[in-house]
Design a protein around this ligand. Structure first.
Ligand SMILES: Cc1ncc(COP(=O)(O)O)c(C=O)c1O
Length: 316
């Protein structure tokens, strides 16, 4: 049972959307030219359109259960977009005000979705990257006790929820052993949580991090500009320290964009750029493996939040 009583009035009827989060399908994608079949978890089918719905639901229900939220509480988070949209959606359904701090470089579609869901949006200068937003959220919380900070980058619930839900779902959906799980990282929650669940059941599975070639921090290279929104925010996130990583794969932004367009045009899957990056990484690994190897990755979010980005520039 997901509903809790806590200090706010019971608004069960308003919370129906929470039940639509998770239990996403796992789609087999056959790439004929490469002779590789991948299994792709369709996280873009979550109700707000991304994998981040899971984090938003889990952290806010947990906070409510532990009595950390009151009827006048305000959710405050720094996000590159998808977490902001997810928190705005879950906050609306649970009856809490939400304020999102977002870099001015995030796409205009993300800003509109957050505002449309009734949340307040504060944009900060993208030059200082995430640290600016994180510091701002701490300052605001220090001045006003009504703010509740989900702290997606540090909160262990982020990874443990993926271990318990996304990871367990994958294990139920895949018949037999998993050879490789490959995925990018923003907070690292998905990679750490799914990686732990998969490794526990199949110790021989390789857990591989996808990172933009322009910002291959795990490969020891310097951060630089890339176009894969939602991943690689300029630092190695703390949650990744607990990820059972075996390896990392670099994908160029141009390669990610090209593969995302292939997913649109060859498979009819309207997903975002990090999904294309994940698939490009998975195909590269698959090409070196025995035929029939089981490679799992994630399709993280939907394409409509990229209309104003390079992903759609060539098409229009
Ligand atoms: C589009 C997209 N892909 C991948 C990720 C990475 O997920 P995580 O933060 O769990 O590492 C995110 C995170 O925001 C995202 O927005």
């Amino acid at each position: 049972m997901m509903e809790t009583t806590g200090l706010i009035p019971n608004r069960t009827g308003r919370r129906a959307v929470l039940r639509l989060i998770g239990n996403t399908p796992l789609a087999p994608l056959h790439f004929e030219a490469e002779g590789v079949t991948l299994l792709a978890k369709c996280e873009f089918l979550n109700p707000s359109g991304s994998v981040k719905d899971r984090l938003a639901r889990h952290v806010l229900l947990d906070a409510e259960e532990r009595g950390l939220l009151r009827s006048d509480s305000m959710i405050l988070e720094c996000s590159s977009g998808n977490t902001g949209i997810a928190l705005a959606m879950v906050g609306a359904a649970m009856g809490y005000r939400v304020t999102i701090l977002m870099s001015s470089s995030a796409s205009v579609e993300r800003r509109r979705l957050i505002r449309q869901l009734g949340a307040e949006l504060i944009l900060f200068d993208s030059a200082g990257m995430y640290q600016t937003g994180i510091e701002l959220s701490r300052e605001m919380a220090a001045k006003d006790g009504r703010y509740f900070l989900p702290r997606q980058f540090e909160n262990p619930l982020n990874a443990t929820d993926h271990e318990r839900t996304t990871g367990e779902e994958i294990l139920r959906q895949v018949e037999g052993p998993i050879d490789v799980f490959v995925h990018g990282f923003g907070t690292g929650g998905t990679l750490a949580g799914c990686g732990r669940a998969i490794k526990k059941r199949w110790p021989g599975a390789r857990i591989v991090a996808m990172e933009p070639a322009e910002q291959a921090l795990l490969a020891g290279e310097c951060p630089c500009c890339h176009f894969i929104e939602g991943v690689a925010d300029g630092f190695v996130p703390p949650l990744l320290r607990d990820a059972p990583l075996d390896d990392s794969v670099k994908v160029k932004s141009a390669e990610a964009l090209a593969m995302t367009r292939r997913l649109h045009q060859e498979f009819g899957l309207l997903v975002g750029t990090s999904s294309g990056a994940n698939v490009a990484a998975a195909l590269r690994l698959g090409a070196k493996m025995k035929p029939g190897a089981t490679i799992v990755t994630l399709l993280c979010d939907r394409a409509e939040r990229y209309f104003s980005t390079p992903l759609f520039h060539e098409a229009n």
